[in-house]
Design a protein around this ligand. Structure first.
Ligand code: 5GP
Ligand code: ZN
Length: 114
């Protein structure tokens, strides 16, 4: 999608600190980290939010989750713990409308979330 900032990162039209990439997904550091480790994982296909993800693409979610776990392991936070967040639409605070999963770690998290 031409105007989507995350599609531009996928297409290397704007820079990002890429942590992992394959044919289907991309992981990169958040530009405004909210934790010592804050990585975004996205499918390369554009879907505005979870609400726009078709049934036949649901495997991407599992792929992203297991890759997030692997990245947590590489970053040394797998055992102490981490959090994966998917904001969906307005009430969640979603700001970028290309589905993305936040991987947070490196500090204790509070609950409930704000
Ligand atoms: P949301 O609130 O939509 O779930 O989260 C969007 C996230 O994208 C935010 O954490 C924000 O800091 C991050 N973000 C927005 N624009 C850019 C960008 O151009 N590059 C990177 N790396 N992260 C971005
Ligand atoms: Zn996009």
């Amino acid at each position: 999608m031409d105007t989507c900032i995350f599609c531009k990162i996928i297409n290397k039209e704007i820079p990002a600190r890429i942590v992992y990439e394959d044919e289907h997904i991309l992981a990169f550091e958040d530009i405004k980290p909210q934790a010592p480790i804050h990585i975004l994982l996205i499918p390369k296909d554009h879907f505005a939010s979870l609400n726009a993800l078709p049934e036949d693409k649901q495997h991407l979610v599992g792929h992203i989750f297991t890759k997030a776990r692997d990245i947590a392991s590489e970053k040394g936070i797998k055992d102490r713990g981490y959090r994966i967040v998917l904001n969906t639409e307005k009430d969640s605070g979603q700001e970028v409308f290309h589905i993305h999963f936040h991987l947070f770690g490196g500090r204790p998290m509070t609950w409930p979330p704000g």
